[in-house]
Write a protein that binds this ligand. Structure first.
Ligand code: PLP
Length: 349
């Protein structure tokens, strides 16, 4: 990235607008490294300035006339962008839900995977795996069910794999590991958590050529139009960083830092479990999902903030299904994790 930034100040190294869809080398590297043997072609990969921005661009493509389903709890951008684009109805105080959005409950009782037999049909299904905040990664069998469900209903799955690089078991790292997924799914992903690019801003979307509307028109053509009209391509400096991350050396260095965050997650899990508090997640994601049955998540958050000076996230921020939980992040320095663990143990013992 530094070399690319310096090169921009020279005649020979200056580059202006690139392809709106992204630098071909980076699109190829993502297809070949991230989607090795998963049948994703380089020209189905669209480089972006992050998964969050792609969620909104996809919402612009889908428009206000569609129905959407989300996991409950999950990353708030799916519901918030549905509201902005006009898909959602009024907020209902009694349930904590927006009308016209289907909330698919994900909790320990259903292994954090929705009961599809009772889930109503929607045009779009936002599905995040590993899920933020629960840290749950859907298994192959669960994703096969999801793809089958979308196929039967003529729904499009928007699959968010921003945390896929944290999967430590045999759970699929992409929806495209599931046969038939290319006909029903778009995958969005990010360098933010994989390479620490939260501020650099780099991500991608995979829109398969096989994905078509019911009238047979390919979705990829519309997405290409949206990207060319509303985006104009990711920063060439950020893309140079993305390419370096996917080189052999870069990739190995990233795997080492992911291992480091897994160790941080183990420290958090140990702190809570040693107190007899139930913790989920932390194995396939950098987040621990900590259960405080019967308590308000804001109250637990306040208590930990005020008395231990440790910042967590109240579960209710991720949907009504997050009530009774807090999310604890493993992204931090080792000494901070150890200090937080010490303070939590003395506060909650
Ligand atoms: N998707 C999920 C599930 C996230 O948790 C986040 C950030 O927390 C994002 C997307 C945002 O990613 P980006 O930084 O690429 O916009």
């Amino acid at each position: 990235m530094a070399q690319k930034a310096l090169a921009l100040s020279t005649d020979a190294g200056y580059t202006g607008y690139g392809d709106e869809q992204g630098n071909k080398d980076l699109r190829e590297a993502i297809a070949n490294v991230v989607y090795k043997d998963k049948g994703v072609k380089w020209d189905e990969v669209f480089i972006s300035d992050g998964a969050q921005c792609d969620i909104s661009r996809l919402q612009m493509l889908l428009g206000s006339g569609v129905t959407a389903a989300v996991q409950d709890p999950t990353f708030p951008a799916y519901v918030d962008s549905s509201i902005i684009v006009g898909q959602a109805g009024k907020f209902q105080e009694e349930t904590g839900k927006f009308q016209n959005i289907v909330y698919m409950r994900c909790c320990p009782e259903n292994d954090f995977f929705p009961d599809l037999a009772t889930t109503p049909r929607t045009d779009v299904i936002f599905f995040c795996s590993p899920n933020n905040p629960t840290g749950a990664a859907a298994s192959r069998t669960q994703l096969e069910q999801l793809v089958e469900f979308a196929k039967a209903n003529g729904s499009i799955i928007v699959y968010d794999s921003a945390y896929a690089s944290y999967i430590s078991d045999e759970s699929p790292r992409s929806i495209f590991e599931i046969p038939g997924a290319k006909e029903v799914a778009i995958e969005i992903s990010s360098f933010s958590k994989f390479a620490g690019f939260t501020g650099v801003r780099l991500g991608w979307a995979v829109v398969p050529k096989e994905l078509k509307y019911s009238n047979g028109f390919p979705v990829i053509k519309d997405f290409n139009r949206i990207v060319c009209t509303c985006f104009n391509g990711a920063s060439n400096i950020a893309q140079a960083g993305g390419l370096a991350s996917l080189s052999n050396d870069g990739y190995q260095a990233l795997c080492r830092s992911i291992d480091f965050y897994h160790e941080n997650a183990d420290i958090i899990i140990d702190a809570f479990t040693s107190l007899g508090i139930k913790v989920y997640g932390g194995k396939n994601a950098p987040y621990a999902w900590v259960q405080f049955p019967g308590r308000s998540s804001w109250e637990v958050f306040d208590e930990i903030l005020e008395r231990a000076h440790v910042v967590t996230v109240p579960g209710a921020g991720f949907g009504p299904g997050g009530e009774g939980y807090i999310r604890v992040s493993a992204f931090g320095r080792r000494e901070c994790m150890l200090e937080a663990s010490r303070r939590l143990k003395s506060l909650l013992k």
